[in-house]
Design a protein around this ligand. Structure first.
Ligand code: NAP
Length: 257
């Protein structure tokens, strides 16, 4: 897909990897970007910084109605949706058993599943509905979806049951969605990032963060958010990349703790 003048929805786009991608796609590639997020202050700040080619919509990815309203607003403002990058997610500890040896209550697991997995399915579906109306570019491509997973999907650490399971679910969505939506000219790919210093990573306990940093292989540093944004642009632009999950992690493999 040629990114210039295309409209890209980025969930979680008010912060971290999503915000860096919004900035990159507008400044380097001439895209129009709709940021969907729950953090109004950060979202409005992002839209003001990014200028006329950006808009912010408060949208809870886990709600059909909220996403429907946001998608309608994007179509009203920019006329179409060509790509969607699903970055919105929440992080939190979850074990099978609590310190008291009792089974962990389900509420936290269910909430993480609603945002990190059901939310991805919700936004990709509603965006795909709009993409299907586009004229195909080069006779073959109407849209591109990028869903953000995590290295935790492969090597989840102790205490990451819910997060790792939801992120593995995102990878599981990839192939059936790519196969189904290929018929209408929409590609679906995923990125499984390693450690990037964003507000989500900064919220981790300092000891946990130091341990994670020590497990980065080469280059021996955290990822730069522009490297993530560049990977998104590559996926958008390369029409032959489909049904794939790109591990963007400097060969890091998380240990059990
Ligand atoms: P981040 O800085 O925390 O940004 C996530 C954004 O999503 C926040 O603005 C958050 O708003 C928003 N959000 C949360 N729940 C939402 C909902 N229900 N609806 C709409 N927006 C919602 O995270 P990040 O580090 O950029 O991570 C981006 C993606 O990469 C996530 O999927 C994450 O799991 C994945 N990832 C990140 C890393 C890393 O090292 N940073 C590593 C592996 C994978 P609030 O601030 O209000 O919660």
């Amino acid at each position: 897909m040629r990114i210039q003048d295309k409209t890209v929805v980025i969930t979680g786009g008010a912060s971290g990897l999503g915000l860096a991608t919004a900035r990159y796609l507008i400044e380097e590639k001439g895209a129009k970007v709709a940021v969907f997020d729950l953090n109004d202050e950060a979202g409005q700040r992002a839209a003001a910084e990014l200028g006329d080619r950006a808009m912010y919509m408060r949208a809870d990815v886990s709600s059909e109605e909220s996403v429907r309203q946001a998608v309608d607003a994007v179509v009203a403002r920019f006329g179409a949706i060509h790509a969607c990058i699903n970055c919105a997610a929440i992080l939190g500890p979850s074990k099978v058993l609590g310190k008291d040896g009792k089974a962990t209550p389900l509420a936290k697991f269910a909430q993480m599943a609603m945002v990190n997995l059901v939310g991805v399915f919700n936004v990709m579906g509603q965006c795909a509905e709009q993409m299907a109306k586009n004229e195909p570019e080069a006779g073959e491509e109407r849209g591109v979806i990028i869903n953000i997973s995590s290295g935790a999907a492969y090597e989840g650490q102790i205490g990451q049951c819910a997060y790792a399971a939801t992120k593995a679910g995102v990878i599981g969505l990839n192939m059936p969605a790519a196969r189904e939506l290929g018929a209408v000219g929409i590609r679906v790919n995923a990125i499984a990032p390693g450690l990037f210093l964003t507000p989500m990573a900064a919220a981790l306990d300092e000891k946990v963060l130091d341990t994670l940093k020590s497990q980065v292989e080469a280059p021996k540093r955290l990822g730069d958010t522009r490297e993530f944004a560049h990977c998104c642009a590559f996926i958008l632009e390369n029409a032959y990349l489909n049904g794939e999950t790109v591990r963007l992690d400097a060969a890091s493999r998380l240990r059990a703790r």
